[in-house]
Design a protein around this ligand. Structure first.
Ligand SMILES: Nc1ncnc2c1ncn2[C@@H]1O[C@H](COP(=O)(O)OP(=O)(O)OP(=O)(O)O)[C@@H](O)[C@H]1O
Length: 422
């Protein structure tokens, strides 16, 4: 009897030369973490693929769409796994073609990964093709651009047969490209920027600046919802929350109105950099897109950048809003981001923010308040929410770095479910 399995195909991971085994191991760990809710039986490498098996019938079909969203996965096929008995794999081929939906033409593409099987791939094509022609007499065999391809893959004592195969998210497995801190608002853009970095293999540590205590904490919960929606493409271990409202109020009193937004941003970047150093992250990521709003002009970006030494990555800098919205819809964060919530972005905003800041005026405003003391105070007030789904571990040096760089231990904030159930 054939069982159902997922066969994962990878592309960029396969091009990694000597590091390939390392990337494959990370990809396997990511798939295991993404499938934590399923009864995973095994996740192993076989002949240029990763084979994912389940101990409960029906789980391969359900896990199929989850695995497609794991960075590093170029394609997933929902396969039948049989032994080498021709009756078994030909029957599986009929089932595979039957579940392909509407089609007029098909072909068989057989491949053996070892040579100890009596039939070569051409003979396998003919053998399986003949059975399919008998089972689907109204359909035609077509070698070029058929509607459906039935793949037959012989690997050691097993045969994998599939027709259903869909593109995955691509990119590189999470954890293969280091760690970044992402500035996550509950808006549309920063979740997309976070997703893009995760797809390139970075572990993302989000930091959210809340307007609390000057506003409600709704934006913090929207960020938690965004993080859950981003899984399994983005695996978040911890969300850092900085209650920023009082600091903004202080800046709004001491600094010229038109430069307030730049001051808020400079403080946000400086606090994010401190958290990045504690976490061992090597860059800061934002969802800025050139010219989208007042703070995103070249002059203002430069005025904010100068307070940090870590690289600031802006993966959306050349994207149009419409493109960003389409991506947000695709990754499932758009609707959450459209639930407007007051956060630090709407708090103490000037009527006419500066669009082309002069650096001498920026420096003057920066000296108008004790920014170093404010940064220390904010770092000491950072809270966090832990998520359990992450496949990576906090570095061992975290505690030492924390004691060195943060004046007080961060306070844990319970996720929403816990709060509502208590
Ligand atoms: N409250 C916040 N917490 C954390 N990061 C923020 C916050 N507000 C803004 N940012 C960061 O600064 C970037 C620019 O924010 P800005 O408010 O200028 O634009 P935006 O179009 O509202 O962005 P977004 O849609 O991502 O909120 C955001 O993409 C995000 O990376």
């Amino acid at each position: 009897m054939a069982s159902r399995v997922c066969l994962v195909h990878y592309h960029e991971v396969g091009l990694k030369g000597k590091n390939r085994a390392h990337f494959e191991r990370i990809l396997i760990d990511s798939i295991k973490a993404a499938c934590a809710a399923f009864s995973l039986a095994s996740c192993t490498r076989i002949s240029g693929h990763i084979l994912v098996t389940f101990s409960v019938p029906g789980e391969a079909e359900r896990a199929f769409d989850v695995i497609r969203r794991v960075p590093g996965v170029a394609r997933v096929s929902l396969a039948f796994h049989t032994n080498r008995d021709p009756d078994e794999y030909c029957r599986a081929a009929v089932l595979a073609l039957r579940e392909a939906g509407e089609f007029e033409s098909f072909k068989v593409a057989a491949k053996r990964s070892n040579t100890d099987y009596a039939l070569g791939s051409l003979e396998l094509n003919a053998q399986v093709g003949e059975v399919l022609c008998g089972a689907f007499p109204q359909k035609r065999v077509q070698m070029h651009h058929p509607d459906v391809v039935v793949h037959v893959l012989v690997v050691q004592g097993s045969v994998y047969v599939y027709a259903r195969s869909e593109r995955g998210v691509g990119g590189l497995p999470v954890g293969s490209a280091g760690k970044v801190v992402t500035l996550l608002s509950s808006g549309i853009d920063s979740p997309v920027a976070t997703w893009l970095l995760s797809r390139r293999g970075a572990v993302c540590v989000p930091v959210h600046f809340s307007g609390r205590p000057q506003t409600a904490d709704t934006s913090e919960y929207l960020c938690q919802d965004i993080i859950r929606a981003l899984a399994p493409s983005v695996q978040i271990g911890r969300l850092y929350v900085v209650p920023f409202g009082d600091a903004q109020r202080e800046i709004s009193i001491k600094c010229p109105g038109k430069l307030r937004v730049i001051m808020y941003r400079r403080i946000m970047y400086a606090v994010a950099e401190r958290i990045a150093r504690i976490e061992g992250a090597k860059a800061i990521v934002t969802g800025e897109s050139l010219g989208q709003v007042a703070s995103q002009t070249l002059e203002n970006i430069a005025a904010v950048n100068e307070v940090v030494t870590l690289p600031v990555l802006r993966p959306l800098i050349g994207s149009d809003k419409q493109e960003i919205i389409e991506r947000a819809e695709q990754i499932g964060t758009y609707d959450i981001s459209c639930e407007t919530a007051p956060d630090c972005c709407t708090l103490f905003m000037p009527r006419a923010p500066e669009t082309h800041a002069r650096i001498d005026e920026v420096h003057e405003a920066w000296e108008a308040f004790d920014h170093d003391e404010m940064i220390d105070r904010l770092v000491a007030s950072v809270e966090y929410v832990d998520f359990e789904s992450a496949s990576y571990r906090r570095p061992r040096r975290f505690r030492e770095r924390h004691e060195e760089l943060a004046p007080a231990p961060f306070a844990e904030r319970r996720p929403r479910e816990d709060e509502s159930s208590s």
